[in-house]
Structure formats: C-alpha cells, structure tokens
Design a binder for this molecule. Structure first.
Ligand code: V47
Length: 422
C-alpha cells in the first residue's frame, strides 16, 4: 500500500461503506486521488457482492448503428460523417414528414459540396431488419439501435424501423435511441412533438427502453470544449425523466478520460444519483444500469490525448459502484474497456459485461478504419465470467433471468424484473 495525501480519509470512507452510508463528493474525490487501489477494489467488491452475491450478468444482443451521418461534430467522436450539403443527391426527404423513405441497400456516399466520405452510410429498413433477424435467429434477446443525428430522415423512418423490427422479431427487446436522438426527433417533427409524445409514439411502435448514451460529462466547461453543439445535461435529464415518468427504463453513461477532471466525473455521478433518488421515489421507472465509457481517442479530434489507463478504468468502475449506491447495476462495456479488463472488473464493483454485440461502429478495432465486426460468443462471455470466480447469469434488457437452449430462450420468471432497484 502507498502512503498518500488522502490515505487518511480512506479508512473513514471504508467505515461509511461498511455501514451502508452514502458517500459525499469529497469521498469520491478522495477515492480518485488515493493510490490505495487494492482497498478501493475491496470496497467496491464488498458493495457489489452485497447487491449481487457472486452473480455476473451478460446478454445476447446485437448493436445496430443505422447511420453515421450526423449534424454534430463532437470532438471525441470518430463515428460521425458530415452529410453532403447537396442532400438532393440522396433524395431530399426533409419535407417528407409522414412517409417512410424507401431506401435501397446500405447507401454509399453521394457527391455534394462536402468531401466524399467513402465510409459514410445509412441503413435501409431492410438492412436493419436483416441484421436484427439474423441476431434473433441466433438467439438474441435485444437489439441496441442508435445512430448519428441524421439531417434528412423523417421521424416516420424511426417509427417504421421499430415496427419493422417488431414484426420480424416479435420477442426481441428494442433498446434504442439516445436522449440526444430523442431531442432531435422532437425538432424534426412538424408540428413539433414533445419529448413525451416522441417516446410514446416510439413505444407504441415497439421501443422497449433507452440506452444511456449521449451523457458524456454533465459539465458546462467540458461541454463547451468537447461537444459544444450537443444537447446539454438539462435536455439529457428531461428525456430520462420523461421516460421514467411513463414507465420506461433507461441506462446512464459517462464518457471519461478526455478533457474532464476527476472532480467533474464525481459531480456527474452525483447528478445521476440525485436523479435516480427522485425516479425511485416518484416515477414509474428508473435507471437500470450505469456504464462508464472509456474514451478511445483514435481518429477523433482528440486523438492527441492518451486516453485512460487500465488503472483509471478500474478505479472509475469501482468508484462508480461506490458512489452510485442507488443504481442496481454497473456495466463494463467490454468493447471500450476491453474483454480482459472487463473480466478483471468483475471483482472491482462491476456486475455486468454487456453482451455479444456482433457489430459496433461507434468505436472500431484498430481505430476508425478498423473492423466493425466485434463479437464475443455466449461461451466466451461465460468463460470470462467463470474464470473471474463469478456465476454467469444471462439476463434480458430489464435484468430478468433467461433460460436458454441454444437459440431458443424464454424468461425464467415472467413475474418481473430482478434486481432493478435496491
Ligand atoms: O454516446 C463516442 C460514446 C456512446 C467515443 O445503455 C465514445 O446499455 C469512447 O452509450 N470513445 C454510445 N466512447 C455508446 C453507449 C452505450 C454502449 C453500451 C451500452 C449502453 C447501454 C450504451 O459512446 C456515445 C458516447 O458517449 N462514445 N465516441 C469514443 N471515441
């Protein structure tokens, strides 16, 4: 153990944790600045085992990123491609508010007065349904559907997308559209729909829950520096508050390891914890899971930054478990933290490592030009979990246990979610 500036406060923090007391902002900061890493891991593991025993969750899912066209230019993002200014080359659908666009196969980029981006794409409904159906046939319980803020696709594209997935894959859970996309949909509808109307229409079309993306770091300074034009924290929370009001479960994320400070990370966690208190007290649903996303600098405007180290990843996952005492689950998304580190984190506060994923575009292996096929099989996920001394439990999106026989699955207990609140 290292003697450090803050080592004195760690035993006091340990006492609070052992007594089940809530940690303060100062406690979070002391944990971050401490080099007593074994103690931080022990404490996070204590809380994790109190909540979940030896169980670790995973799911069989497929991520589908329907388009990388985006009107935003977030500095951390290597996924977005600008839409050609001469949108007419693709058929300008900006006035087509009710008709689903009839798109062919994945569209190749068109010549406008923007630079040709050979890897820009948008998927047709057929493409998305094909991907979802393939996953469904292989036993997926969830599709995770998100994309850039496309300047031309009408809201009906997203409604019809959900309906088409639902028709082709009746049992699959659609977790889709970040809070940023939901706000975008309110802006592209004429007359403008409210957040609640957008969510209700999507839910009627088959949407099951919202992923946690788009939160980044809830801080004006960081927002101004790294994602200036993106919807800020007020908008993000409006969407999640409304979803919880109407009984829709959601997740929350934090993108760390870029231009933010550890103080800003701890404040981000506390804002989520406060929101969760309110949702658990007075709303029909709440956050299921917190996913700290480890910044991958490759091919982004922040490529000069080193990104988080393995220890920073582990500490952030552990401190998330300790600070977010009212979040049932802490997930290490193995795509970003790596499968190896996600495995280790199962003894550092984490109880979930996401799923099979299959294709992922937002960050790719070996950077932007790398491979989008990123998959772990069910056997590989189970092996990672078992080797960490945990008991693998397959869950659905709402953390209900799944009984599986090859690609055939059903809920183990129809009576409701497990472990969705403390
Ligand atoms: O919103 C973008 C982040 C998010 C980078 O809810 C980056 O279950 C690292 O939210 N390096 C999308 N991160 C992913 C996401 C997610 C993933 C897995 C599960 C769930 C869930 C949600 O990815 C974006 C942004 O915060 N991101 N670029 C990057 N270079």
């Amino acid at each position: 153990m290292f003697a450090t500036q803050n080592s004195k406060s760690i035993p006091a923090i340990a006492e609070k944790i052992e007594a089940g007391e809530r940690l303060s902002f100062e406690d979070g900061l002391a944990l971050y600045t401490s080099r007593n890493i074994h103690e931080i891991g022990r404490l996070a593991n204590l809380v994790r085992e109190r909540m979940h025993g030896r169980v670790a969750y995973f799911n069989v899912n497929r991520h589908i990123n329907y388009s990388n066209y985006c009107v935003l230019r977030c500095k951390f993002c290597s996924f977005y491609r600008p839409y050609p200014k001469d949108g007419a080359a693709q058929g300008d659908r900006s006035n087509d508010a009710n008709q689903a666009p009839s798109l062919g196969d994945i569209r190749l980029p068109m010549l406008g007065d923007a630079i040709v981006q050979p890897d820009a794409y948008e998927m047709s409904h057929d493409d998305v349904v094909r991907a979802a159906s393939e996953a469904y046939m292989r036993g997926a319980t969830e599709v995770h559907v998100v994309g850039g803020l496309h300047p031309k696709l009408p809201f009906s594209y997203y409604l019809d997308l959900c309906r088409a997935i639902r028709t082709a894959c009746p049992k699959i859970h659609i977790k889709g559209f970040t809070a940023i996309e939901i706000i975008h949909f309110t802006r592209i509808t004429r007359p403008r729909l409210s957040i609640c109307e957008v969510l209700e229409q999507l839910r009627d079309a088959g949407l099951g829950s919202l992923p946690g993306g788009g939160a980044e770091i809830f801080d004006d300074r960081v927002h101004g520096e790294a994602y200036r034009n993106k919807v800020g924290e007020a908008g993000w929370f409006d969407v999640h508050r409304t979803a919880h009001d109407i009984g829709m479960y959601t997740n929350a994320t934090m993108l760390y390891g870029h231009v933010e400070t550890v103080e800003e990370r701890v404040r981000h966690m506390i804002k989520l914890r406060e929101h969760q208190d309110e949702s658990l007290q007075s709303r029909k649903a709440a956050f299921n899971c917190f996913i700290p996303l480890s910044f991958i600098p490759d091919d982004s405007e922040l490529a000069h930054l080193p990104g988080p180290t393995g220890l920073d990843d582990l500490k952030t996952l552990a401190i998330s478990r300790l600070m977010l005492d009212n979040f049932p689950h802490i997930k290490a998304f193995w795509i970003m933290q790596s499968a190896k580190l996600a495995q280790i984190s199962l003894n550092w506060g984490v109880d979930d490592i996401d799923g099979t994923v299959v294709q992922y575009d937002i960050t790719k292996r070996e950077g932007g030009s790398g491979n989008r096929h990123q998959e772990l099989t069910l056997d590989q996920l189970e092996r990672l979990i078992r080797e960490a001394g945990r008991i693998p439990v397959e869950r659905d999106t709402l953390y209900r246990r799944i009984n599986r026989e090859n690609s055939d699955w059903r809920l183990a207990d129809e009576s409701g979610p497990i472990c969705t609140s403390r």
